[in-house]
Design a protein around this ligand. Structure first.
Ligand SMILES: [Zn+2]
Length: 300
């Protein structure tokens, strides 16, 4: 599971989402030597036929760097990949909210020394003196904002920006894909587009109807945009309830990915596929981790 292929040149990457293009190319070279990169669509079926070292590459969220940095390298090595897209972010000239929050809290030259925020009936207060305080504030605000609905979150983020005297200015390096980029990506024979909801909520916290809208609307939007069926899904934050995967099944997705760090086994539910997070490792470290992961499904 990858998110971004980019150098950390214009930010702090608090979630370690970035793998540098140099390291990503090293990963692809290791995959060519040590494994068979196959489309996610083939992973569960072919597992039953062969015990080859099979790997499926996935990307979550739909950052434009997937198109500009990952795509050419995947094509160079002939490795397939699936891109799970937050459909509500397509064509947005704004960054994802967690990146805007990073700009405000972690990149501002100066912040006031105290911050108060009221969400519903809950009052929050922070003292910010040191860099550690800033990191704690970022994590706390991320937790709070990630649980809010779209409009409430926008309101809270605006409040944070006003407190910090921050003017929103999107970094080109952090933008989501445009519809042109997404359509071009979808045309590539190696690539598949999957759904990742409209607004990237914690699905299990939503009523069933809203969950269904988030999932179905993102699928429909991506199908209309790319003119191709969307059969694969990735749960934002890996979060789902029994209700969620039943919706995913009802909407006829053939596979759906979580963030559980395990190898796929023959008896794995295709609608709850585990994935390993790939960090910004060099080729050697990636190889060590890959071999370790592959051993997990070899030995059982
Ligand atoms: Zn995501």
């Amino acid at each position: 599971m990858y998110h971004r292929v980019s150098d950390v040149s214009d930010g702090t990457d608090p979630w370690s989402l970035c793998v540098s293009p140099t390291h990503f190319e090293e990963h692809l070279q290791v995959l060519s030597r040590q494994a068979h990169a196959i489309p996610l669509a083939h992973l569960t079926q072919s597992f039953k036929r062969t015990r080859k070292r099979q790997v499926a590459i996935t990307f979550d969220d739909g950052y434009a760097d997937n198109f500009y940095n990952a795509r050419p390298l995947l094509e160079k090595y002939g490795h397939p990949a699936v891109f799970f897209i937050v459909s509500g972010a397509i064509d947005s000239q704004r960054e994802f909210w967690w990146d805007e929050l990073e700009q405000i809290i972690l990149m501002s030259d100066r912040l006031p020394h105290t911050f108060d925020l009221t969400i519903g009936k809950t009052k929050h207060h922070w003292d910010i003196q040191t860099t550690t305080d800033r990191c704690k504030l970022y994590s706390a605000l991320w937790e709070i904002l990630s649980k809010l609905g779209g409009s409430q979150r926008r309101e809270a983020l605006l409040h944070v920006a006003q407190w910090a005297n921050h003017l929103f200015c999107s970094r080109k390096s952090h933008l989501p894909m445009s519809s042109y980029e997404l359509r071009s990506l979808a045309k590539g024979a190696l690539f598949e587009i999957g759904a990742h909801t409209v607004s990237h909520p914690w699905l299990s916290r939503l009523p069933a109807l809203e969950q269904e809208q988030e999932i179905a609307n993102s699928k429909q939007y991506l199908e209309d945009l790319t003119n191709k069926p969307v059969h694969r899904f990735s749960y934002p934050h890996g979060d789902q309830s029994d209700e969620t995967w039943k919706i995913v099944q009802r909407l006829k997705f053939s596979s759906a990915c979580t963030v559980v760090q395990e190898a796929v086994m023959p008896n794995t539910n295709p609608l709850l596929l585990p994935r390993f997070t790939v960090s910004n490792w060099n080729g050697l470290d990636f190889e060590k981790n890959l071999l370790n992961w592959l051993t997990q499904n070899y030995e059982t």
